[in-house]
Design a protein around this ligand. Structure first.
Ligand code: ACM
Length: 540
């Protein structure tokens, strides 16, 4: 009897204890870009104040562990760090394992969540970083929510090698701090390439020690066109400009490297050169002293083809290559108006002397000569698709922007290609057809659905030719984008849609499922106070 009585008491106590234990809310699994394979299992794991971060002793991994620790600190945890050795008990841990022996491609990772905790593994540090980005997305956006996670297994690998975003800091200068924030945005979506458009008609933005006037003069314009060209064109009367010192550039390059992002600098030639010519008129074809351009469009001021101009460009490229360790240097090549070449006697003599047919062949000569120089320094060039005109430089990679045709032609000719067609990848376009309720933009219409529908590999290509498509990127030209806040509005959420195009397998792409995940991810944008376009969120 006594036994039955005490049994009952224990049972009551146990039941009341269980009923007092708070309900754990397990976080939804919501990952963008969607992983290649994801399997949810029975059970859940809860991170608590005893959970340790265990990591392979390696500088890159230690940095990734510290990124994760910052995320956990925001949730009032202060995890202990431990470097892995075989005596460590992998219980209640987040284990970041870098193991080159693993049979995983570069940038791939595996993530499992079990009773023992999280285990991310990768064969290179970039893969581990992407595994960390997935963990970061699994953490609830709301800092005060429970840290309970479904058991799961993920195997993930990017579809494309080049997952990029571009930013024009010439039409409107963007501070270094914002460029770093932009790099963080890219990292959060597992992108790996930042194309930094640094020279233009409207401003030269990189300090070149051999040619100080490029930034003393070329970085500043007296005023800027207000709105689109039209009747009664007006200017704002305000000086605009700015540039990055070499020290600042080094800082940004290192920041990007720490996040597994390669910065590809763009130094435009032979066109889009008015700011450089304003600083050094002898680089132009007319000898005129011009100002840095104050309006939009394409300036007719183009570099001449004197040996001294090539010496100038090579010196500039020497300094650029010393700052940027990227395999690729973007040399522009787009929209070079040939009018000044046509009307210059000197240039026409040069065309004859070189045995060339016309100005297109001269442009091709120009780009090939620069390519030879860049190649001699162990680097490769990328040019916009106009570099196909008049004959492609032998090793050039083509960035296809006037549609995909240039990219198709280049891959058929066995040149590497980055797709960036205006139709799907220009994030300076309007995001809504209701332009009256949108901030002024350059034109066009590219909404999230259109970006999401983009297929970087055109059907016209054979399997063999398709291998030349490295990937794609979104472009942000800033004629009508004056502030970082407005850049945010133009890239979010379009960049998020593009990240899934670039990372996830085609068969995993499902727009309505993407929208559901985006709707959850939106809480992160809100928490971070990021200005984003709301058209795709139906209730708005
Ligand atoms: C470009 O949009 N001019 C490359």
């Amino acid at each position: 009897m006594k036994n039955t009585y005490s049994y009952l008491i224990s049972l009551i106590l146990l039941l009341s204890f269980l009923s007092c234990k708070k309900e754990v809310s397990i976080n939804t699994i919501n990952i963008i870009p969607i992983p290649k394979q994801l399997k949810q299992n029975e059970g859940y794991f809860e991170i608590n104040n005893k959970t340790k971060i265990v990591y392979t002793a390696d500088n890159d991994v230690e940095r990734i562990a510290s990124f994760l620790s910052i995320d956990l600190e925001k949730r009032n945890l202060n995890p202990q760090f431990v470097t892995f050795d075989k005596n460590i008990k992998l219980k209640n841990v987040i284990y970041l394992e870098l193991n080159p022996q693993l049979d995983l491609p570069k940038e791939a990772y595996k993530l499992s969540i079990t009773n023992n905790g999280f285990h991310v593994s990768a064969s290179n540090a970039a893969g581990l970083f992407y595994g960390y980005q997935t963990i970061k997305q699994l953490l609830p956006a709301n800092y005060s929510k429970d840290l309970a996670f479904h058991h799961l297994e993920i195997e993930d690998v990017p579809r494309f090698k080049w997952r990029g975003m571009h930013l024009d800091v010439c039409r409107h200068f963007m501070p270094k701090e914002y460029v770093m924030k932009y790099i963080d945005y890219l990292a959060s979506m597992k992108m790996n390439s930042f194309h930094w458009h640094l020279t233009e008609d409207q401003g030269w933005r990189i300090e070149i020690k051999a040619y100080p006037k490029l930034t003393e003069i070329g970085a500043w314009r007296k005023e800027t066109l207000i709105g689109h060209h039209g009747k009664g064109t007006k200017f704002d009367g305000k000086k605009h400009g700015g540039f990055y010192t070499q020290e600042e550039i080094k800082e940004v390059v290192a920041y990007a490297k720490d996040r597994f992002i390669t910065i590809v600098p763009e130094i435009e030639m032979p066109g889009h050169a008015q700011a450089a010519i304003s600083a050094y008129p002898e680089l132009g074809c007319t000898g005129e002293q011009v100002d840095v351009w104050n309006t939009w469009g394409v300036s007719p001021y183009i570099y001449n083809v004197e040996d001294t101009t090539f010496e100038f460009l090579q010196t500039v490229l020497d300094e650029v290559m010393a700052l940027f360790p990227s395999e690729y240097i973007h040399i522009g090549g787009d929209e070079a108006i040939k009018k000044q070449w046509k009307s210059s006697k000197k240039i026409q003599r040069k065309i004859k002397e070189l045995g060339l047919k016309d100005e297109h062949e001269l442009q091709s000569y120009f780009i090939k000569r620069i390519e030879k120089y860049v190649n001699s320094k162990g680097r490769s060039i990328i040019g916009w698709d106009e570099i196909l005109e008049g004959g492609l430089a032998p090793n050039a990679t083509v960035m296809s922007w006037r549609g995909t045709e240039g990219g198709i032609a280049a891959s058929k000719a066995h040149h590497k290609v980055i797709m960036s067609p205006g139709t799907h990848c220009y994030f300076d376009h309007y995001q809504s057809e209701d332009r009256d309720n949108e901030p002024l933009a350059i034109g066009g219409f590219t909404d999230v659905e259109k970006v999401y529908s983009f297929e970087p590999v055109p059907e016209e290509l054979s399997k063999e030719e398709a291998k030349y498509i490295l990937g794609a990127q979104g472009n942000v030209w800033t004629e009508y984008i004056l502030t970082p806040d407005h850049v945010d509005y133009m890239i979010f959420p379009r960049m998020i849609a593009l990240s899934e195009v670039l990372w996830s397998p085609v068969e995993k792409r499902d727009y309505s499922d993407f929208l559901k995940r985006l709707n959850v991810y939106r809480e992160v944008l809100d928490r971070e106070d990021i200005h984003y376009a709301k058209h795709v969120f139906s209730e708005e």
